[in-house]
Design a protein around this ligand. Structure first.
Ligand SMILES: *Cc1c(COP(=O)(O)O)cnc(C)c1O
Length: 412
């Protein structure tokens, strides 16, 4: 059994046109399946940061705002992210955390919505920060917050809907939601659709422009490998930019910031989404990290991602003892992001299993109480990694659960 899967993995790796990209990253001989939480370090980033620190900061100091392009980094890097999420240039600005950008987007969207609408819908299964911030934004702007599962959005939108804040991929289950369909549903009800792309950008096509998304946010330290705490981004569709009224109109979003004018006049374009002085060091690490995408298409990444997760599900099905874990990530490609989540039937084994996996070089993570999460970053995860991760998982599960692998152990 393991020989068959190992042989298939080897063939898949040989045919993989993205396989060489792994060399661009600093990795060890373990299997890193946590790139959906913190992407791996692209090898060339430390040298670039050394240059930023010694030359741009150390020697040029204040001159770097202009001469090293620091001042315009937020919109310049936004334009580098744009093709990865299907946006034309000039609509994305980088800066602040995802949490802060959720706030900007939800409040600004509520201000763009038709007069008299008093409801903000939020994905009830969302990553908590989005929900907390949507609640505060709703309270501040006098809206009623309506938590709703994404699948129930069609029945929940209506003439009171101002904004719907939805996740493209669920962080816990890895379920991919129907961005084109739900955006159209929200629009048909006259509301605005705000999407959180944290778990989709860099892993699968998003098509922000093509699907008429109004506003979007996302983080850059997951599949975009920008580094711990690297700044997030905000997308404001061009058609909304002139009326985009930021709830955090900091001085760097001013039309003429160095006029130091006591009166606020917003800049045009994506710059309007800026707030304060950009976090240059993190931002320039992100900019360098994006080099790994040169010549890589998101479609190729998506194809490999699906092949990796298909193969993982198949291997887990074969290697794991019967009835100990159950996949919660959908089988259907149209409903699957780039991670596989397995629910432990006995929640009590979740932590010991992940601890044992990490000790054996297979790094995933868990979401309490009972979900084991495995993220597949196609730029640096290969099929042999997948086979090994599933095989080690099978061994760990049988040890921790005390159940033998039905029929499999004999062949291993
Ligand atoms: C990762 C993630 C975040 C992270 O927000 P931060 O402000 O960067 O901490 C927010 N929302 C979702 C859906 C995420 O997956």
């Amino acid at each position: 059994m393991s020989e068959t899967f190992a042989a298939r993995a080897a063939a898949l790796d040989t045919a993989d046109e993205l396989a060489d990209l792994r060399k661009l990253f600093t990795l060890d001989d373990g299997v890193y399946l946590d790139g959906n939480s913190l992407g791996a370090l692209p090898r060339h980033v430390p040298a670039r940061m050394q240059e930023v620190l010694t030359r741009e900061w150390g020697e040029l100091r204040i001159r770097s705002w202009d001469e090293s392009g620091w001042w315009t980094a937020p919109e310049r890097i936004g334009d580098r992210i744009a093709p990865l999420v299907g946006a034309a240039a000039g609509q994305i600005v980088v800066g602040d955390s995802t949490s802060v950008n959720v706030f900007k987007a939800v409040v600004a969207a509520s201000r763009l919505a038709p007069e008299g609408r008093d409801e903000i819908l939020v994905d009830a299964t969302t990553f908590p920060t989005d929900g907390y911030i949507a609640e505060s934004a709703a309270r501040m702007t006098g809206h009623r917050l309506v938590p709703v599962a994404p699948g129930d959005v069609p029945g929940a939108v209506g003439p009171r809907t101002a904004v719907a804040l939805l996740n493209h991929v669920d962080f816990r289950t890895g379920r991919l939601h129907d961005l084109p369909g739900l955006t159209a549903t929200v629009h048909a009800a006259g509301g605005l659709a705000v999407w959180d792309l944290c778990h989709s950008a860099g892993a699968l096509p998003v098509g922000l422009d093509a699907h008429g998304v109004d506003l979007a946010v996302g983080c850059t330290y997951k599949y975009l490998n920008g580094g711990p705490g690297s700044p997030a981004y905000l997308y404001v569709a061009e058609r909304h930019q002139a009326a985009f009224d930021s709830p955090l109109p900091g001085w760097t979003s001013h039309a003429d910031p160095f006029a130091m004018d006591p009166g606020y006049a917003p800049a045009d374009g994506s710059v309007r989404g800026r707030v304060g002085t950009p976090d240059i060091l993190s931002m320039l690490a992100l900019e360098a990290a994006l080099d790994v995408w040169d010549g890589v298409t998101v479609d190729a990444v998506r194809a490999k991602s699906l092949a990796l997760t298909d193969f993982f599900l198949e291997c887990v099905g074969a290697y794991a003892p019967e009835g100990v874990v159950v996949p919660v990530t959908p089988q259907a490609h149209a409903e699957r992001g780039s991670q596989v989540s397995l629910r432990c039937v006995d929640a009590g084994i979740t932590e010991p299993v992940m601890r044992a996996l990490i000790a054996r070089g297979v790094v995933g993570d868990l979401r309490r109480p009972d979900v084991l999460r495995f993220g597949f970053t196609p730029l640096y995860v290969g099929f042999a990694d997948v086979e090994r991760a599933a095989r080690v998982l099978g061994e760990v599960l049988s040890e921790v659960s005390g159940r033998a692998l039905d029929g499999v152990l004999g062949e291993v």
